[in-house]
Design a protein around this ligand. Structure first.
Ligand code: PMP
Length: 450
């Protein structure tokens, strides 16, 4: 820890925050944000001298950990050379970032449209699919999150869309596979996969295949619960898209860039989408950056016809310089392989062991540095520890669990009745074990509600 405790400064930072910062997803008067003084590797700390193991990766974002020296240096060097330039110019770091992303994305996704984050990537992917096909509708899954801008929040399936959902024309939701809470009452992965594909094909048939531009799916859904799909599901969706001329958009904003132990989650399933959205891990969020990787066929649509979309900061030099340094560091330091190893050797076995001892754990699932722990009141009925989309008193058990994690020195990623174990992909085995020990302590609090 390189910052001396300074509680007075912490109090001043917090007071200024409360006076002027309007926070995301929050009742402004009911929150008490931690004042953060600094961060390094898998940890960050406050002004009071409390250090937290970051099992959230800051919204599942800092895949290379905090303050990676090579990335910090690349941003500093770029800032000294060229801070900003409009998207219409050719710039070395932008071309290089695009090349590095294209090289790693599957198949022929070789053209990169840069955005400032995930939602804008989804907005542009949907626009590209609609223009390419000349069709209006997009199908997306109920258990999904795709961002908080206008189209992205409508395409989102989870309750975060409820408050802003306009029920906008052209967005159709369907059920993707999730055996633990099977929408199809299936009893095996194979059955779940087969029924989910049949349901999707029925949805296509009744919506009218010639009206559907795209199917949008998170390759492995993230905030909705890290449901790794059965092996046959995404190849089956790919086949349906090919049969009906529908564009397959895989959203890898959260699952991409090493999080699952491969460069992209699609690599686990041998599937190449037509469009792939990314953000977060591309540069671990050191400077806002996202984008769409575009297939040769869709890119060809816009060879002579203008693409009607753009952003002032598209391919921002500081963001691109940080992406180049991040991707290079990930390759040089074996960070993707580390995520795979930690998942197989430490997080997977360790979380399953916790599930055996704690009655509040209903299911553990995931891969790489991407795990969900589903908390229940009753393992037999699978009743969630808190009701769906609970707030206030109804959410008290999860609030108590969250507080217990923090008291044990672990910063968790908590959503509804789940905690996600999503440390940086650079996490060491001993740090991961430290996190498991803290979760063990906090789960004793969750157990009291079973
Ligand atoms: N898609 C997915 C799969 C995400 O997880 C997120 C963010 N959590 C988004 C899109 C939206 O990204 P952003 O917040 O950068 O707009």
């Amino acid at each position: 820890m390189s910052t001396q405790p300074d509680p007075a400064r912490g109090a001043a930072v917090k007071a200024a925050d409360r006076a002027h910062v309007f926070h995301s997803w929050s009742a402004q008067g009911l929150i008490d944000p931690l004042a953060v003084a600094g961060a390094e590797g898998s940890y960050f700390w406050d002004y009071d001298g409390n250090r937290y193991l970051d099992f959230s990766s800051q919204l599942v974002n800092t895949n290379i950990g905090h303050q990676h020296p090579k990335v910090v240096a690349a941003i500093q060097e770029q800032a000294a050379r060229l801070c900003t330039i409009a998207p219409g110019f050719a710039v070395d770091v932008r071309s290089e970032a695009a090349r590095l992303v294209a090289e790693r994305t599957p198949g022929d996704l070789d053209k990169i449209f840069f955005t400032n984050g995930g939602a804008e990537a989804v907005e542009n992917a949907v626009r590209m699919a609609r223009l390419h096909t000349g069709r209006p509708k997009v199908l997306s899954a109920y258990r999904s999150y795709h961002g908080a801008t206008a189209a992205a929040i409508n395409l989102t399936g989870d309750p975060r869309r409820w408050a802003s959902d306009t029920g906008s024309a052209g967005v159709i939701h369907f059920w993707a596979p999730f055996l633990y809470r099977s929408p199809f009452h299936a009893e095996s992965e194979e059955q779940e996969c087969e029924r989910a594909l049949r349901h999707l094909e029925d949805t296509i048939a009744f919506e009218g295949p010639a009206t559907i531009a795209a199917i949008l799916l998170e390759t492995v859904p993230g905030t909705a619960g890290i449901m790794v799909p059965p092996p046959g599901y995404l190849p089956g969706v790919r086949a349906l898209c090919d049969r009906y001329g529908i564009v397959l958009v895989l959203d890898e904003v959260m699952a991409g860039f090493g999080r699952t132990g491969r460069w992209f989650a699609a690599d686990h399933f041998g599937v190449t989408p037509d469009l792939l959205t990314f953000a977060k891990g591309v540069n671990s969020g050191y400077v806002p950056l996202g984008g769409v990787a575009i297939s040769a066929e869709i890119a060809a649509t816009f060879e002579t016809r203008p693409y009607p979309g753009g952003l002032t900061y598209s391919g921002h030099p500081l963001a691109c310089a940080s992406a180049v340094a991040t991707i290079d560091a990930m390759a040089e330091e074996g960070i993707v392989e580390n995520a795979a190893r930690i998942g197989e050797d430490v997080l997977g076995p360790g979380l399953r062991e916790l599930a055996e001892r704690h009655p509040s754990v209903g299911e553990v699932r995931g891969l790489g540095a991407f795990w969900a722990v589903e908390l229940v009141r009753d393992r037999a009925t699978r009743e969630p520890l808190v009701p769906y989309a609970a707030t206030g008193e109804a959410n008290a058990p999860m609030a108590a669990f969250t507080a217990a994690c923090k008291a044990a020195g672990l910063w968790p990623f908590v959503n509804m009745n789940r905690t996600h174990a999503v440390p940086p992909c650079t996490v060491t085995a001993s740090e991961a074990k430290e996190g498991l020990a803290a979760l063990d302590e906090a789960l004793t609090v969750a157990d009291r509600y079973t």
